[in-house]
Design a protein around this ligand. Sequence first.
Ligand code: 6R9
Length: 646
Amino acid sequence: MHEIVHAVPQDWAASAHVDIDDYHSLYRRSVEDPAGFWAEQAQRLDWIKPFTVVKNTSFAPGAVSIRWFEDGTLNVAANCLDRHLETRGDKVAILWEGDDPSESRAITYRELHAEVCRFANVLKKLGVEKGDRVTIYLPMIPEAAMAMLACARIGAIHSVVFGGFSPDSLAGRIGDCHSTLVITADEGLRGGKKVPLKHNTDLALAKTIGDEKVLVIRRTGAEVAMHAGRDYWYHEVSAEVSADCPPAEMNAEDPLFILYTSGSTGRPKGVLHTTAGYLLHAAMTHEIVFDLKEDDIFWCTADVGWVTGHTYIVYGPLANGATSVMFEGVPNYPSNSRFWQVVDKHKVTIFHTAPTAIRALMQSGDEPVKVASRASLRLLGSVGEPINPEAWEWYYRVVGDGRCPIVDTWWQTETGGVLITPFPGATPLKPGSASWPFFGVQPGIVDSEGRLLEGACEGNLVLLDSWPGQMRTVYGDHERFEQTYFSAYKNMYFTGDGCRRDADGYYWITGRVDDVINVSGHRMGTAEVESALVAHQNVSEAAVVGYPHDIKGQGIYAYVTLMAGVEPSDALRKELVGWVRKEIGPIASPDLVQFAPGLPKTRSGKIMRRILRKIAEDEFSALGDISTLADPAVVEDLIANRQNRR
Ligand code: 6R9
């Protein structure tokens, strides 16, 4: 098959921050002299006390430790706000677009600075101190960014929980890091539907230790229960505090935030990011990967509940003094043209979204795109999952009118910011490939024995050395951090992704190789969905796998064994889907449920997921060796009753 390559447009090569020569020389420098390279790059930040040590990192077994700029001090909020006041005070920092197209708000750097200071004083008034954990459970309103920055200003550690998570999921996250304050809203608004955030918070707090306070932001004006002595309205407390709050002096390695993410096993992990390295990586990648210029209007459509929202709606853009669009709604409300109408309305120049959104919009054809001019666009981004070449080409040809390069950015919650990406002024684009390593990033591809492969090859993706934005630990469980990321291959960080490197040195991410499913760009641990299912009184056992889904990338396929005497039925199937929704949240709803009298197990009782995956993919002619199964006959029943017939 002939590979399509889109050459770098000449004007891009001439005007971008990084052209092909810059790329090669900077990359070489970044890996040959990391300390020198990063000491220079760190001048992007405003330091209170400059650092003298740049890099102090080890991936050694039993001694994993990651520290960058460890004796420097700074404040993240001051870097995102105060330092822009003189030159960009009247520039719009956050351009908010409401769920309802008639609602929007432009907040300048000066206004955002004042509101964040006020918010920080509200936190103090409610007793929050440096090092305390604050859970943020908000819709996509400017107060979400303000709350994050207010925490950063006083040195509190925020943990943002996506507004689509259930009360149980919220309770688990509040409890794991023992937050003393939960910030929420009366209700959220998405696609015209209301989300009862305060009510969910009340249900969650019934399951925690109960010493938390709640700060409530008024969004829809709905009537909500307020518990005296526990719940406070933001607008009431903020009226009593000043808009003057000096930034706390934080060490480079002080925690900035915790973000829970799913893995192969167990409960979601609290990924911990610290102050300087994270912010530097966020700011630098945001500028270079998206080729940011002073007048750009940058729109990343993620939710702040995910890492992409942290890094490319809040911290990266604001550290760079950019205008960041924040969108409360969804791509198909009020119509499938919404994204493109918002692009026209706010003259968006850089647009960054997820493949799942592109595939969904692609299904309704070109017309809803063409009704908008999109003339302001100059660069497109993709993140969250592999983008199939068909969706890439549609994005390029229809959305970008063949004018705009696409940056397909690979990274993870754990990596803090982009690690593998095209550089729009340097990289000839191959649709479907995340392309080249960012500066300081040393990817490797290993075989099943952990041997590093050379040249064109395929295997598991590892990273051979640290970068400033790397997570530092799993909150409260450093052993789990080492176990999860550093035990598979000695002295290497294992990403959990499969990857191919072609003869030109381009990286092609092939998807997760562990028990994580990527549903519409959201990570779900199969173990989490399984434990929700077995918590239902009629379920005795469950196994969950991913299967290819046209729009979501992967769908959730659940095999369920019922308790003796319980009859399978469509009603029960529906009930189980609703149950998982309630237990975890709508993003975890199984797409297909198959009742299975037995699951394929080895004689030692291990479920053979390989077989379940094949059947879910409707690929059962290639099941491989099933002779090691305790009872090979279960496979026939599974095939006969498979739910995904193509
Ligand atoms: C940023 C983010 C991380 C997982 C990652 C990988 C997948 C993300 C991708 C991609 C192929 C890309 N992923 N970007 N796969 N191409 N451009 O998504 O973080 O939610 O932690 O997910 O997403 O499998 O390991 P997170």
